[in-house]
Write a protein that binds this ligand. Structure first.
Ligand code: SAM
Ligand code: SF4
Length: 339
């Protein structure tokens, strides 16, 4: 029987599994998906709920995974989500039950939060790039801001806390939202993370020189708030955290910036990824994948699945190389990889 850890040739150990449950989405965020024309994965290639649960069990029981994050596409579009969460919550590895989180755009989260909490989900990250309805609709290409805000409030009510908010800042678009988003989150005790835009959207859309960097976001925040570094060093956590001093109009708290492009955290990366069609990716930017679905559907044992996963993770690239000459982004968009 294969029992071990997901170690790679640079000595990193993966503990954090990102599982994409679908490549479909009900938004079309401009930095993630094209407005139209993206082909969905065929249903017969998508892992069933039982197949996902089997791979989660192998990951937790045999490969040392301690944190599972469900993502997509939009994971709330997956009908079996509550059942998958319940199954994952029943798993036990060497260090006990895995932590379970969900990254979502928040649409419908108000109606699903209580059931997800009851199924065993611990936390949510909700993506929110603007509090201005018109700008939100432009960025997400859908006029759904009120539904997202209802979803965030629903998650908080259900105890899916601390609620984390993810924001991507785009040049000449939503820089104006940086401070209002921070005020909104600080006032409610939500943990906000600004993420640098990565070259994972529609082909040809990402321009390095137009990137709004984490430093620029920090400069915008510093004009309004008194910031001091909250945690040093940041370790495997991608976000550099900043403590915000309280003032007359907000209670203070912590904010994060994720400088995936300008200050990559590859050396401390502890992630492994599984796509909705059962392909393993050791890195968000991998250009090659390992077909775990094929092993699963051809009758592979748990031990076979674990060995194939371990072998694939061993080859994890040392770094994503976005800033290097000759960098080529992966063929899949973020929505089909699982962010
Ligand atoms: N649909 C869910 C959501 O939006 O939260 C989950 C999937 S989405 C791909 C996961 C995260 O990736 C979101 O926070 C989104 O903002 C982020 N994301 C998508 N495309 C990105 C890009 N090109 N660069 C940086 N972050 C991106
Ligand atoms: Fe959908 Fe999330 Fe991508 Fe937006 S970021 S298009 S919500 S998958």
């Amino acid at each position: 029987m294969f029992v071990g850890e997901l170690v790679d040739r640079s000595g990193r150990v993966a503990r954090d599994l990102r599982v994409s449950l679908t490549d479909r989405c009900n938004l079309r965020c401009s930095y993630c998906m094209p407005a139209e024309g993206l082909a969905w994965l065929p249903t017969d290639q998508t892992l069933t709920d039982d197949e996902v649960l089997r791979l989660l069990r192998v990951a937790v029981e045999r490969l040392g995974i301690t944190r599972i994050r469900f993502t997509g596409g939009e994971p709330l579009l997956r009908k079996g989500l509550e059942r998958i969460v319940e199954g994952a919550a029943a798993l036990r590895g060497a260090s006990g039950r895995p932590e379970l989180a969900l990254t979502t755009n928040g649409l419908g989260l108000d109606r699903r939060s209580a059931a997800l909490r009851a199924a065993g989900l611990d936390r949510v990250n909700v993506s929110l790039d603007s509090l201005d309805r018109e700008r939100y609709a432009r960025l997400a290409r859908r006029d759904r801001l009120p539904d997202v805000l209802a979803g965030i409030a629903g998650a908080e009510r259900a105890g899916l806390t601390p609620v984390k908010i993810n924001s991507v800042v785009l040049r000449d678009c939503n820089e104006i939202d940086v401070v209002p988003l921070a005020e909104f989150c600080l006032a409610r005790g939500y943990q906000l993370r600004f993420i640098e835009q990565m070259p994972l959207g529609p082909a040809g859309q990402w321009v390095r020189d137009e990137l709004v960097t984490a430093d620029e976001v920090l400069a915008l925040l510093s004009e309004r708030f008194e910031l001091t570094p909250a945690v040093e060093p940041r370790g495997a956590a991608p976000a550099a955290l900043w403590r915000v001093a309280p003032d007359d109009s907000q209670p203070g708290g912590v904010l994060g910036v994720i400088a995936s492009v300008t200050q990559p955290f590859c050396a401390a990366c502890d992630r492994t990824r599984l796509t909705a069609d059962g392909q393993l990716r050791s890195c968000l930017f991998s250009r090659t994948e390992t077909d775990l679905r094929g092993v699963l559907r051809s009758g592979g044992s748990d031990s076979d699945l674990a060995s194939v996963w371990a072998e694939s993770q061993w080859k994890k690239p040392r770094a994503h190389g976005i800033d290097e000459v000759g960098f080529t982004p992966p063929a899949r968009t973020m929505s089909a990889i699982g962010g």
